[in-house]
Design a binder for this molecule. Structure first.
Ligand code: SAH
Ligand code: SF4
Length: 431
């Protein structure tokens, strides 16, 4: 399994010693088509891997290697599962119903580590952002950084997760697309973001729940929704994202309903059907343009999978109904895709697909030539969409205070300012 195989003990050293080497721009332009950067650099597992992110089958393999007799394994897997994903255990010592020698054996070879929190920012409105450090290719090198954003509302708390460091795709309005270093997150690093958020919020049974202005007051969970809208293209890290989301939605662990998990894609058509079959969460599609000529520029992957094919894949997404719609994301770019004619074409294009339309004010970044549409124009656009029967919320951005402060974090300025849009989008997703 792509996301977790490196965690298996006894794994061939040479196989496991996979290294990330960012490619030079020349190498990229020679080997990769223009819409896509070169294949991903590789991941080196820590010497003592974490059990976080392992499936039941993988936990059973771990137990087999620890000489747990086969007849006991199922029960032990259930125990580990419960401690890791239901109770959020951070050490084996806490696992009081697991036999002491087994706890010690596990502790010798494994951890329950999550991604390291390098920085935490808390907004006055309750939005929180964690900068997470992931293991680098070699000891002593700088960690790879991704971000995870928590957006609370009165009745829910939405967590926006990253699936890759950087992104292989090159959408022209997206800052992540300009980033050079790209690597896939493992399933453990994706699930680990959920665990980090719940750790920091005290969102585990028996833990002291965070109390602060802006946090949800309804429901018993602070993290109730997940959106795969952080850094990266989730459908280009399919196996790890799938494994992570299946763990997140497992009813005996994190227990997040698939209806409360949304995966956003720029349109990796073949993997949309796979996502429907193998993951089954809600789907969001980054459409952003109604004509191929323009979408080819904004989302260059469109040259491979044009709008008509993308929409066919959407129509075929399993389980669609008025209660279970696809969200179409549409970034508002001044003078580029924001005319009233575009709005009318958009509703025509989506006819017959159970859809929601999410208008996202463009979030500028240093060096971009795009500008955010005028507010009046966003409202006119939104009105047309609304009059055609679609909810079209455009909301006040959240967490602006902490996001504005992001750029001050040394050496991460680029990634952080790119991530400013996360809170905004995730926020818009939670209507
Ligand atoms: N790669 C996936 C998910 C991450 S990006 C995707 O593209 O869908 C999540 C959303 O943010 C996408 O709709 C993306 O197009 C949008 N986005 C990217 N850069 C943006 C920016 N500068 N301002 C507003 N939205 C942006
Ligand atoms: Fe990648 Fe999504 Fe950004 Fe495009 S919009 S470059 S797919 S993260």
């Amino acid at each position: 399994m792509a996301g977790t195989s490196q965690d298996k003990p006894g794994h061939d050293e040479a196989e496991a010693a996979r290294i990330f080497v960012p490619l030079l721009p020349e190498e990229r332009s020679v080997t990769a088509p223009a819409f896509e950067k070169t294949p991903l650099e590789r991941y080196v597992a820590p010497e003592k891997p974490s059990l976080v992110g392992l499936s039941r089958a993988e936990l059973a393999q771990v137990l087999a290697r620890a000489d747990v007799p086969e007849r006991e394994r199922r029960m032990r897997v259930q125990q580990l599962w419960h401690w890791i994903y239901f109770r959020g255990a951070q050490s084996f010592v806490e696992m009081t119903n697991v036999a002491k020698p087994l706890r010690a054996a596990l502790d010798r070879h494994f951890t329950l580590a999550r991604p390291e929190v390098v920085a935490e920012q808390v907004s006055v409105d309750g939005t929180r952002k964690w900068l997470l450090g992931l293991p680098p290719a070699h000891a002593g090198e700088k960690p790879h950084l991704v971000e995870c954003v928590y957006i609370p509302e009165s009745d829910r708390g939405t967590l926006c997760l990253s699936s890759q460091v950087g992104c292989t795709l090159t959408c022209s309005f997206c800052h992540t697309g300009t980033q050079r270093l790209v690597r896939n997150l493992t399933a453990g690093e994706i699930v680990g973001q959920i665990l980090v958020a719940r750790d920091r919020l005290g969102d585990w049974p028996g833990a002291e729940r965070a109390r602060a202005p802006g946090l949800p007051t309804e429901g018993d969970r602070l993290v109730s929704n997940i959106v795969m809208m952080g850094m990266g293209e989730p459908l280009y890290n399919f196996e790890a994202v799938r494994d992570a989301l299946l763990i997140a939605s497992d009813g005996e662990g994190l227990s997040l309903s698939k209806r409360r998990i949304t995966l956003s894609t720029s349109g990796v058509v073949p993997n949309i059907a796979r996502a429907g079959d193998e993951i089954g969460t809600m789907l969001a599609v980054s459409l952003h343009a109604v004509r191929d000529e323009l979408r080819d520029v904004l989302v260059p992957l469109n040259r491979k999978y044009p709008i008509a094919e993308l929409l066919d894949a959407c129509r075929a997404y399993p389980g669609l109904s008025n209660a279970r719609r696809i969200t179409f994301e549409y970034v508002m770019l001044k003078g580029v895709n924001d005319s009233t004619a575009d709005a009318k074409a958009l509703v025509r294009l989506l006819k017959g697909i159970p859809a929601k339309i999410n208008l996202i004010p463009f979030n500028p970044w240093p060096g971009t030539t795009y500008e955010c549409s005028e507010w009046d124009q966003i409202e006119r656009f939104s009105q047309i969409v609304f009059d055609s029967g679609y909810a079209s919320p455009v909301r006040t951005p959240r967490g602006r205070d902490i996001l504005a402060a992001c750029g001050q974090l040394k050496s991460t300025t680029e990634k952080l300012s790119a991530r400013e849009r996360l809170a905004l989008r995730a926020m818009a997703m939670t209507d």
